[in-house]
Write a protein that binds this ligand. Sequence first.
Ligand SMILES: Nc1nc2c(c(=O)[nH]1)N[C@H]1C(S)=C(S)[C@@H](COP(=O)(O)O)O[C@H]1N2
Ligand SMILES: [Mo]
Length: 213
Amino acid sequence: MTHADPALAGRIPPGQTRTTKWPVLTYGRTPPFDPARWTFRCFGLVEREVVWTWEELLRLPRVTRTSDVHCVTRWSRLDNRWEGVGVHELLARVTILPGAKFVMVHADPDYTTNLALEDLADDDALLALRHDGRDLEPDHGGPCRLVVPKLYFWKSAKWVRGFEFLDVDPPGFWEQNGYHMHADPWKEERYSDQETRAMQTMRAEAARKLRDR
Ligand SMILES: Nc1nc2c(c(=O)[nH]1)N[C@H]1C(S)=C(S)[C@@H](COP(=O)(O)O)O[C@H]1N2
Ligand SMILES: [Mo]
């Protein structure tokens, strides 16, 4: 696709079309939120598990990041202004063991997605609480969603509840259902059948290892 505005052309990855709307894409229903019971947990290959309550999360320093959203269903939404807690802010409070190279992101209701620790640690990644100046709407993951701008949007788990640090890279929900393990929109990493054989072997072995633990 070509774009009349050359400034935009460099920001829309191949196979994507710009939208100014913001579609809701959820597998299942928007879960209820209970501030008294909500926690965010960092566990797995860490020296000590770290858990934040909702009140504790709200007391962490905030950042604002403007970034583009690229959904694998081929829409892109530019210049989203996210406010929330930088992932780096959380990671700075967790002692991650040296073997950890991957993270399983856990979210309500029973959603998971897998990331390389390196991608999660990106300076653009945050737990978003606000979008374009308003509290994040429940259908869009409110009150708290992960945003990882450099990857397709299914990696940005809505209603996020924790990071599990791992030495293997097992597939999350959509990754088990045909989507790519890495998901770089600029490389059009959409579907698992685009993965190399090595990646597919690794995903199967990782899934098995995790099950057998
Ligand atoms: N918990 C949870 N997070 C999720 C999903 C979901 O079904 N459940 N869908 C993913 C997918 S496939 C996409 S494209 C985006 C959509 O976010 P939106 O509804 O805010 O546009 O959220 C991602 N995060
Ligand atoms: Mo999606």
